[in-house]
Ligand binder design. Structure first.
Ligand SMILES: *[C@@H]1O[C@H](CO)[C@@H](O)[C@H](O)[C@H]1NC(C)=O
Ligand SMILES: *[C@@H]1O[C@H](CO)[C@@H](O)[C@H](O)[C@H]1NC(C)=O
Ligand SMILES: *[C@@H]1O[C@H](CO)[C@@H](O)[C@H](O)[C@H]1NC(C)=O
Ligand SMILES: *[C@@H]1O[C@H](CO)[C@@H](O)[C@H](O)[C@H]1NC(C)=O
Ligand SMILES: *[C@@H]1O[C@H](CO)[C@@H](O)[C@H](O)[C@H]1NC(C)=O
Ligand SMILES: *[C@@H]1O[C@H](CO)[C@@H](O)[C@H](O)[C@H]1NC(C)=O
Ligand SMILES: *[C@@H]1O[C@H](CO)[C@@H](O)[C@H](O)[C@H]1NC(C)=O
Ligand SMILES: *[C@@H]1O[C@H](CO)[C@@H](O)[C@H](O)[C@H]1NC(C)=O
Length: 834
């Protein structure tokens, strides 16, 4: 075919034709042509143009670029060297044929040579080394720097598709990657671990070895380059400010800057929210992180505030973890002293001696206690009338205690003094008014009208507050003073304060009231001794005697009360498998009147319990079942034998403890399937469940039943506590349903086991690797797959509906409750088959 031997390159071309182009259409008449030639590869034959008389030779011109040419005599288009896509991607030549005289016969025709890229350039990073800075606690996945590489190959091909990865980093103190890289963009961010652990105090520089691969990282022939990335870890800017102190009642123009925070990230939105529920939070933050107090605070209203500062991005997602800010409101002395009473009235007997302590003026200050701001001092400013002297009274400066200066009070001259007491803190002062009444001396004792009121009879059910007796004593001292006012108290016979006595200030009459519920069974009779005294002390020489005492008895009568349970509730915990007639607990009630108590149960809807009406022992009446009800509550009734209408009730709660009384089951009834023909390496997942209570999670063991067929054909391997794989052992399976006997054991005490016959369908599969079954147009039973039985019956109906030749077998939930488990199983089965 080629006569032009002797030229070395043509030998090469010959070889090239023989080897590479032998089957291709490599000759043809002159016309416009396009060739697609991979770059590189050296000298090669491209095409041979055939000449038609009168043409005898060819000529090419244009972008030959010293590589492309044509052999004039033979019309062979060839490359004398390698094309390079990176230099030039298209070469356009004109080719024409010539006659003996060199005149153009045909042409010029355009021959276009498209150079195809080969992966002949490794990717290159823009820099030999990169540096970056990351803040402690930066958000995981949030890039803080980027690397970039380029590849000179054709960007429309995988040759220039680059993928970045971090090969390793030095040091690696936690054995986990602290950084991650976006494989496409080259953006580097802290990993979740890094976000947590990075700490400049511990390690402030890391060297990352970042690699880039072309061929989208998918090919083992890809070129790889790497670069070093030096990362400096800096302290987090996002730090809670120290506790902020703000003086209350500030007169500054608000809002006032009190602190500032700064996010590690730029362009975040700062916000604050309260930790405690407040009518309003008197703080704000601006978009530079400056925190303000928006109004004057009042320590006396609230002395500390705690709130959070957060940063959000444009989508409202938190950027940094919330910071807690504490504010303490500092006291200033902005509250005046306040008199505890608008008018303090004090009585003093006219014979009181000098130095006598006659009473106290009380005042308060809302400013911070135990500080000078709330320290109060007392001073008498005036005394009216100033008779017989202007300084009859003395007040202790720091306590407000009033004392008599001299023994010179005389009721007939002045019975009534008014004092103005000045109370001061360091800044404020307040006047408290005090009235001092000079009263007669207390030289008379209260005398009871009767020394014995005899018998009072009350029912034990008498309501609290009822007056059961009125008593009367009289006192000859000055009326309406502390010398004549009478206080009645039970001196003896009432250790538990079951009674109280009130005095009518006008008449000094005493009203004996019930203070606490009486109980005949506990105390049927009270022998009470009542004394009558004055609030003012008696003058010396006078004493209370037996005329200031009286007596009476309180007889409490019995009321028939219902029985009382010894305990308010009865609880027991029992195993669900205890035999019938086991005592689970004993209840006990007594009748306050001593009658015999009978017991019964109410609300025993499951008929699980019975009670011995005499002893109160509660028994099981039938077998219990925790799986039906874990906490069983019934009412116990205790009634009096003589008067059954007198009854009380309480609840009895039985907590059932699980025992392993349910053998495990497969989580789904759906058959497993494998695509026919079985090729080996397939497996399907099976899952077990158990109705018994699972502590943490149950552990099952899966095995094949001791059955020759099963053991020869199938294999079970454990996945984890609840799942196992079933795989065919060989490839010789027919298209039919196999029954695989699987034994599942639970880990209960004692363990239970169940043998299940797992249906495994070996079926033809659709391209999506789900079973499909041919359905005949006449809708008759298919001739194959008789073993599929009922399954096909169901499938046929669906076949009618879709009217097609095949359908995908989809597992439908049989049990809505287990839908989740089923879903998981379906997808995992499909995945495994793909
Ligand atoms: C091929 O190229 C080489 C050098 O580039 C040159 O010496 C030789 O003559 C060329 N051969 C042809 C047939 O063009
Ligand atoms: C603030 O202080 C002034 C006097 O200094 C006082 O009159 C006012 O009641 C104070 N306000 C509060 C809220 O305590
Ligand atoms: C004491 O004097 C005041 C006014 O000075 C008067 O209102 C009050 O009733 C007097 N009290 C007695 C017990 O006299
Ligand atoms: C009070 O009761 C006692 C005891 O029951 C009885 O002895 C006494 O006579 C009664 N006194 C009067 C005044 O009823
Ligand atoms: C009066 O009875 C009360 C209460 O038991 C007792 O505290 C008080 O000392 C008695 N007073 C006299 C003067 O017996
Ligand atoms: C006082 O209360 C105690 C304890 O509740 C009780 O034991 C005692 O009987 C009561 N005494 C009287 C007199 O009620
Ligand atoms: C009690 O004292 C008063 C005088 O203070 C006297 O009249 C009375 O007789 C005395 N009673 C007895 C029982 O001593
Ligand atoms: C067991 O493996 C299955 C399948 O891989 C999985 O869905 C399940 O969560 C695993 N269970 C446990 C307890 O790890």
């Amino acid at each position: 075919m080629f006569k032009l031997c002797g030229l070395q390159f043509l030998l090469v071309i010959h070889w090239a034709i023989g080897q590479n182009f032998g089957d291709l259409h490599v000759t043809g008449p002159l016309k416009d042509m396009d060739f697609f030639i991979p770059e590189g590869g050296g000298v090669r034959f491209v095409y041979q143009f055939t000449s038609e008389p009168p043409a005898v030779s060819f000529r090419a011109y244009g972008e030959k670029d010293g590589i492309i040419d044509i052999v004039p005599k033979t019309g062979i288009l060839y490359l004398n060297g390698s094309l390079d896509w990176e230099t030039k991607t298209v070469h356009t030549l004109q080719v024409e044929s010539l006659d003996e005289n060199g005149n153009v016969v045909k042409g010029p025709y355009t021959v276009t040579i498209h150079v195809e890229d080969t992966n002949d350039n490794p990717p290159e990073f823009d820099k030999a080394e990169y540096t970056g800075v990351v803040r402690q606690n930066s958000r995981p996945g949030k890039p803080f720097m980027q690397v970039h590489a380029t590849d000179r190959d054709d960007p429309t091909t995988p040759h220039a598709q680059l993928r970045y990865s971090i090969l390793h980093h030095f040091p690696n103190p936690y054995g986990e990657m602290l950084f991650e890289i976006d494989s496409v963009t080259g953006e580097i961010s802290p990993s979740r671990t890094g976000s947590y652990y990075l700490d400049p105090q511990k390690q402030d520089t890391f060297t990352l070895v970042v690699t880039v691969k072309d061929m989208a990282g998918m090919s083992t022939n890809a070129f790889t380059s790497s670069t070093d990335v030096i990362i400096t870890v800096k302290e987090s800017l996002w730090k809670a400010p120290p506790t902020i102190y703000i003086q209350e009642n500030s007169t500054q123009v608000h809002p006032v800057k009190i602190s500032q925070v700064q996010s590690n990230e730029p362009n975040v939105i700062y916000d604050i929210f309260e930790k405690e529920k407040l009518p309003r939070l008197p703080f704000s933050i601006d978009q530079n992180g400056v925190i303000y107090v928006t109004e004057p605070l009042d320590r006396e209203e609230k002395d500390t505030y705690v709130f959070y500062v957060v940063t959000k991005d444009n989508e409202g997602e938190l950027v940094d973890k919330p910071l807690q800010v504490s504010v303490i409101v500092e006291d200033i002395n902005d509250n005046p002293p306040v008199c505890q009473q608008a008018l303090t009235v004090i009585e003093v007997q006219e014979n009181e001696g000098e130095g006598s302590n006659i009473g106290t003026v009380f005042a308060t200050d809302m400013d911070k206690e135990h500080t000078l701001n709330s320290r109060l001092q007392f001073q008498i400013k005036s005394q009216v009338p100033p008779t017989p002297s202007s300084n009859l009274f003395f007040i202790q400066q720091d306590t407000g205690v009033l004392q008599l200066m001299s023994h010179s009070l005389n009721k007939r001259i002045v019975s009534n003094y008014s004092l103005k007491v000045l109370v001061t803190d360091e800044v404020f002062q307040t006047i408290c008014d005090v009235q001092i009444h000079v009263i007669d001396i207390n030289d008379q004792i209260p005398i009871f009208e009767k020394s014995n009121y005899h018998n009072v009879t009350v029912a034990e059910s008498i309501p609290i507050g009822t007056v059961i007796l009125e008593i009367q004593a009289t006192d000859g001292d000055e009326p309406a003073t502390g010398s004549s006012y009478i206080i009645y108290q039970v001196k003896e016979g009432d250790p538990n304060n079951s009674f109280t006595i009130e005095t009518d200030p006008e008449t000094n009459r005493g009203f004996v009231r019930i203070n606490k519920a009486l109980d005949f069974e506990e105390t049927p009779v009270y022998n009470l001794v009542i004394n009558a005294t004055n609030p003012e002390p008696l003058v010396s020489g006078v004493q209370y005697n037996s005329s200031s005492l009286t007596l009476f008895k309180v007889f409490v009568t019995n009321v028939d009360e219902p029985p009382v349970f010894r305990e308010t509730v009865y609880k027991a915990e029992v195993s669900e498998d205890i035999p019938v007639d086991t005592v689970v607990m004993t209840v006990e009630a007594y009748d306050p009147e001593g009658d015999t108590v009978r017991y019964s149960l109410e609300g025993d809807v499951r008929k699980w319990l019975k009670i011995d009406s005499v002893t109160g022992q509660v028994y099981t009446a039938s077998t219990l079942d925790r799986e039906q009800q874990e906490t069983y509550t019934v009412e116990v009734v205790a009634s009096e034998q003589k008067n059954a209408a007198q009854k009380s009730r309480t609840t009895l709660t039985l907590q059932l403890k699980d025992v392993n009384d349910n053998p495990p089951l497969l989580a789904t009834d759906n058959p497993a399937f494998f695509c026919h023909p079985v090729s080996g390496g397939e497996r399907t997942i099976i899952q077990a469940t158990d109705a018994d209570k699972q502590w943490y999670y149950s552990t099952f063991t899966f095995s094949l039943a001791d059955d020759r067929n099963a053991i020869d054909n199938w294999e079970i391997s454990k996945v984890n506590a609840t799942h196992a794989y079933l795989s065919p052992k060989h490839a010789n399976f027919e298209e039919k349903v196999y029954i695989v006997p699987v034994v599942i054991n639970d880990n209960g005490q004692p363990p239970l086991e169940r043998k299940v016959n797992l249906e495994v369908n070996i079926c033809s599969c659709s391209s999506e690797n789900s079973c499909f079954i041919e359905v005949q147009r006449e809708h008759s039973w298919p001739s194959t797959g008789q073993a599929i039985g009922i399954l096909i019956g169901v499938l046929l109906i669906i076949g009618f509906i879709i009217g097609g030749a095949f359908f995908h077998m989809k597992y439908k939930q049989k049990n809505e409750k287990k839908s989740h488990q089923n879903d998981v199983k379906d997808t995992s089965e499909l995945n495994r088959l793909t």
